[in-house]
Structure formats: structure tokens, C-alpha cells
Design a protein around this ligand. Structure first.
Ligand code: HAM
Length: 413
């Protein structure tokens, strides 16, 4: 679990602001859900036999004896909220996004943490392939907006309850002949969740499943048409992608379209964003029969790719340096007035020499320094020093605000 320090947090804010901007352009609204839910919600949605549920959840009993879990992902919670508040009755298509921490007890490594942040979206209510393409196009738009380059969009289809059972049988037959070559985990997965075998990173398992049948070759007509239509929309938009027949996801709720946005720059943790369609999930959680699709991006991974280079801490517009007790009082009041006008103003809070105050202004990167002395105060003037070229001029304190550009006001919507 990481601390996000000043100097880094600005890049996070940049990513969050970009997500809010892009997603709202595409008609998505923010939803905020709790970080804990009943354990049962995740078992039922993510799947009892997934690594997340079997090994990675932070689960505890509360004082009332309920089993609660720190959310390992956002989709289950958002679906729970959608059902609880009947959001589908407001609009047949709910387009939602969320930002926040998720928790998985995984083995930490670069790009993989136990508390990590996701920015995610969910579009629930319509199963038309245009929604799949819209979701992918929005992901692409976001990547462009933040200046990410060189990412590959990988696409697959995981079928539906009509075609997957047949495929599962084919896969089981294939795996049965190769059980000896599989790791202990995969021999167990063979019994409980055979698709997960295809995602195992162990070299022996990869080799043994090299020629395994792929879901994509067993799609029913409906799933096949859906996949072709999604590809058609993406081709029309000129959005590049690769079909990756071997892609399976770590969560069981997926149907039809699945995808990952991958990078070659983060070692083993190559998925920057991932998601897909989950047409049975809302029903499975006790809601109406509503299809859905979404994705989540790992914010730490986006951060690593941007190399923290996009943003810097904000620097003061003006640093007020005061000489003398009366001047310090005046500087204090003026600083507060400027701040209320949207101007980033700073001062030295302890009585220090002018030299020490100038050093601090320089360290903070202040654009201007306003030097106030007791004598000048009686004339209502002060010295304004431009730190860019060290030029200095006398200004009237009454006209102080005219010299600075206020930051935009945060307006309520
Ligand atoms: P996921 O593939 O488990 O999907 O996670 C999505 C993304 O979260 C990953 O691609 C990765 O960038 C990031 N991530 C996951 N685990 C970690 C970790 N331990 N440390 C750092 N980053 C991590 C989901 O969570 C689905 N809920 C996505 C979705 C939304 N599907 C439909 N709607």
C-alpha cells in the first residue's frame, strides 16, 4: 500500500480530471459507492473459484458478526447500487463512472499493489454492439487525452451461456490429456474453473495449453455476429486492435466482448486497463435482466507510464516578504485577501531576515515577491519583484490585485 506524496499527487489529480472530462463528454456520470460490501456480493459476482475470491480478499467480521470485504474491484458494488436504487428505472441506459481505492492481497511488485486505485466505467441496460465500441472508443479517447502512446488494445469474446458449455467440454477434453504437464493450481482449476488454466503464467502450463481450443472458434451465431459488429464499428472509427484468442479474464462475470489495453513497458503487469461485457451479472445479483459492459484502469500503472512527468506542484503567484512587525501584520492580511481572490499567495510565518525570506520564495518557485517594509507602509506602497528577471518596481498596495491573474473559480454545476 502506497502513500501518494505531494509532487506525485498532482499527476493523480491530472488523471482524475482527464477522466471526469472525457467520461462526461461521453455522457457518463460519477457514482460513489462504499469501499466495503458484504463478502457475499463479491463471491457471487466475481466467482467463488477465482483467484480474487479464493486468495486475495481482505475479509473481516464486523462487530455485528457480518462478513464484510474491502472491495477488490468496483463493478460488483456499482451493480449492487444500481439494483438497490433502481437506477434503471430512471434511464434505460445507465452510464456510470467511479474512481477510488481497491484492495487485493496479491504479491506486490512493480505495478501491482495491495491497495491500488481504479478509474472505471459501466454502461448498463443495452447490449447493442455499438455500446461495446463506444466504451472502447472512450477508453482510446482517454488514453489520447493524457498522452499515452504505444498501447495495444486486445480483443476477445468469451461467449455466453449458450455456447460456453460446449466450449468448456472441448477444453476439458483437451486438458485431460495434458494434466501431468500442469501445475498444482491448474490441476485444481481443471476441476473448478478450466478457462483460468489458459491464463496461468507457469511456463509448463503455457506450453501444455499452447494449442488449446479457443472460445472464439466456438461462438454461437449470436455471439459471433456481436463480435463481428463490434469489430466493424471499431474499424469504422479507425481504432486499431488485435484479436487475442487466448485472453481470459480473472473475473467470472464476463460474456461476449472482453478486452485489455496492454503496454510493453511495465513488465509482467502489462494491463493498464481491462474490462468487458457482463450480460448476466445484474440478474445474478437479484436485479432485472440487464446487460452491461465496462472497464477499469489501474491508476498506478497510468502514473508509471506517464513517469510522473505531466504535472508539477502548483507554485505561488506571489510570496509576501515583510520587514518589521507592522509589515508582517499587513502581509498576513494581504495574503489572505489575495487567496480569497483566487491568487496563490504565500509568506514566511516566522520573523526572518529579508535574505532568508527571498531564499524561501525562490525555493517555492514564487513568480513574484512583494516586499513590505514598515516605512513604505505609511506611504501605502510596496516593492514588487519579478523573480523571472529580478526587476523591481514600486506599486500601490491599493492596486495590488491588478498585478495577478486569479485561478479559475470552482463553480457548482
Ligand atoms: P481487473 O482486470 O481485475 O478488472 O482490473 C482492472 C485494472 O486494474 C487492471 O488492468 C490493472 O490496471 C488494475 N489492477 C488490478 N489489480 C491491480 C493491483 N493489484 N495493483 C495495481 N493495479 C491493479 C476489474 O477490476 C473489472 N472490475 C473491470 C471491469 C469494469 N469490467 C467491467 N467493468
Amino acid at each position: 500500500m502506497n502513500d501518494i506524496l505531494p509532487g506525485e499527487v498532482e499527476t493523480w489529480q491530472f488523471l482524475e480530471a482527464a477522466a471526469r472530462r472525457v467520461f462526461s463528454l461521453h455522457g457518463f456520470s460519477e457514482i460513489r459507492v462504499p469501499v466495503v460490501e458484504k463478502t457475499e456480493l463479491f463471491c457471487r459476482s466475481i466467482g467463488e473459484t477465482t483467484d480474487i475470491v479464493e486468495k486475495e480478499m481482505y475479509t473481516f467480521q464486523d462487530k455485528g458478526g457480518n462478513s464484510l470485504t474491502l472491495r477488490p474491484e468496483g463493478t460488483a458494488s456499482v451493480m449492487r447500487a444500481l439494483i438497490e436504487h433502481k437506477l434503471y428505472a430512471r434511464d434505460p441506459l445507465s452510464k456510470l463512472f467511479y474512481l477510488g481505492p481497491m484492495f487485493r492481497h496479491e504479491r506486490p511488485q512493480k505495478g501491482r499493489y495491495r491497495q491500488f486505485y481504479q478509474i472505471g466505467v459501466e454502461a448498463v441496460g443495452v447490449d447493442d454492439p455499438s455500446i461495446d465500441a463506444q466504451t472502447l472508443a472512450m477508453l482510446n479517447h482517454f488514453a489520447d487525452e493524457i498522452g499515452l502512446r504505444g498501447l495495444d488494445l486486445q480483443l476477445n469474446s468469451l461467449g455466453c451461456p449458450v455456447c460456453r458449455p460446449d466450449y468448456r467440454e472441448q477444453l476439458l477434453t483437451f486438458l485431460q490429456k495434458r494434466l501431468d504437464g500442469l501445475c498444482d493450481d491448474c490441476r485444481r482449476r481443471y476441476q473448478t474453473n478450466p478457462l483460468r488454466v489458459l491464463d496461468c503464467k507457469v511456463a509448463g502450463c503455457r506450453e501444455a495449453t499452447h494449442e488449446a481450443p479457443a472460445m472464439l472458434d466456438y461462438l454461437c451465431n449470436d455471439c459471433d455476429d456481436h463480435f463481428s459488429a463490434v469489430r466493424g464499428y471499431l474499424d469504422g472509427l479507425g481504432t486499431p486492435y488485435f484479436v487475442n484468442k487466448r485472453m481470459v479474464r480473472g473475473l467470472d462475470y464476463y460474456t461476449k466482448t472482453t478486452f485489455e489495453l496492454v503496454t510493453g513497458q511495465l513488465g509482467a503487469q502489462n494491463a493498464v486497463a481491462a474490462g468487458g461485457r457482463y450480460d448476466g451479472l445484474v440478474k445474478q445479483l437479484g436485479g432485472p435482466e440487464l446487460p452491461g459492459i465496462g472497464f477499469a484502469m489501474g491508476v498506478e500503472r497510468l502514473f508509471l507510464l506517464l513517469d510522473g512527468s505531466r504535472c508539477e506542484a502548483k507554485k505561488p503567484d506571489v510570496f509576501l516578504a515583510a520587514l518589521g512587525e507592522k509589515a508582517r501584520r499587513e502581509a498576513f492580511n494581504r495574503m489572505h485577501q489575495l487567496q480569497r481572490r483566487g491568487i496563490r499567495a504565500e509568506m514566511e510565518y516566522q520573523a526572518k531576515s529579508l535574505k532568508a525570506q527571498m531564499r524561501r520564495a525562490d525555493k517555492l518557485g514564487a513568480r513574484f515577491v512583494l516586499i513590505l517594509g514598515d516605512d513604505e507602509l505609511t506611504r501605502g506602497v510596496a516593492q514588487l519583484r519579478d523573480m523571472a528577471d529580478s526587476s523591481q518596481r514600486e506599486i500601490e498596495l491599493a492596486r495590488l490585485e491588478e498585478f495577478f491573474e486569479p485561478s479559475p473559480v470552482i463553480a457548482a454545476n
